[in-house]
Design a protein around this ligand. Structure first.
Ligand code: ADP
Ligand code: MG
Length: 275
């Protein structure tokens, strides 16, 4: 199984859009995928057409009440499922304040996740305990960036967080790559930010750092209004507007993500033993 956390402490950079449409793309390509919505705003949950109600458990119940993860899993189609987020997650930060080992709860709970090929975690726009739980539970980080003039602002804090988690809690953690979202090709700014990111990643020579070997995905996700419309229909872009540039870009990103697995020897299609 590959496990990927989509993180950036900024809001509105394309985390949820990428988590949902990459996951749906992976499922379209024949993989079994589980989306895990760690954001109290539960946008990924809504984007996939799940409207929460009080009777179905969410990731909040899994983390805080020990509800088994398969009881919270909701099926979207044959290959795609989601563990929904919930507004109650907003309180988890405080509720866990005194809990020993609070960063490791999700990792423990995931031990009984039914077999999937890809776990994709949509994270909230912060580096708090929910994001730390995600980083402790996965092997890979994808970092969506929107190329504007403050795009790299906050990057060092984010990388430092990844580094600390990698050293103290999760030796397997790696930054796999940067996804440029809402890209406006042809603008000077987009080109400049792309160069800055590549320059930074290229200069990260220290192999002990979790971002060593990270790269910018060559697929850029262009700004496309269909991507902004799809959530209100509760559909991924591949269902809502399969011929749109947005669907094309996310499918191409999906192929790049799959190819990267076979190149690096990661077991992208290897099945995890069903617990
Ligand atoms: P985050 O999860 O980082 O807060 P979102 O994925 O929710 O960011 O994106 C923020 C807003 O931008 C949403 O309304 C989303 O629909 C829209 N959006 C995301 N990517 C694109 C894109 N490539 N083109 C147009 N709108 C986009
Ligand atoms: Mg989001």
């Amino acid at each position: 199984m590959r496990s990927i956390a989509i993180i950036n402490q900024k809001g509105g950079v394309g985390k949820t859009t990428t988590a949902v449409n990459l996951s749906a793309g992976l499922a379209l390509q024949g993989h079994r995928v589980c989306v895990l919505d760690m954001d109290p705003q539960a946008h990924a949950t809504l984007h996939l057409g799940i409207t929460g109600n009080r009777t179905t458990p969410s990731i909040y119940d899994v983390i805080m009440k020990g509800v088994p993860i398969h009881d919270a899993l909701q099926r979207i189609d044959n290959r795609l499922s989601i563990v929904p987020g919930h507004i109650d997650l907003a309180a988890a930060e405080m509720e866990l304040a005194d809990e020993v080992g609070r960063e490791m709860i999700l990792r423990d709970r995931l031990a009984t996740l039914p077999g999937v090929d890809y776990l994709v975690i949509d994270c909230p726009p912060s580096l708090g305990v929910l994001t730390l739980n995600a980083l402790t539970a996965v092997n890979e980080v994808f970092l969506p960036l929107q190329p504007h003039f403050l795009a790299l602002h906050g990057l060092s804090q984010l990388l430092n967080t990844i580094d600390v988690v990698a050293r103290r809690l999760n030796r397997n953690l790696r930054l796999s790559g940067v996804v440029l979202c809402m890209y406006e090709s042809g603008t000077r700014l987009a080109g400049e930010v792309t160069n800055d990111v590549n320059e930074f990643l290229g200069s990260a020579q220290d192999p002990s750092r979790p971002w060593h070997g990270a790269r910018t995905f060559s697929t850029k996700i262009r700004r496309n209004v269909r991507l902004a419309e799809a959530p209100s229909f509760g559909r991924s872009i591949h269902e809502y507007a399969p011929n749109s540039p947005g669907a094309q870009d996310y499918l191409e990103l999906t192929r790049e993500v799959i190819a990267m697995a076979s190149r690096s020897g990661l077991a992208g299609t290897q099945q995890r033993a069903t617990a």
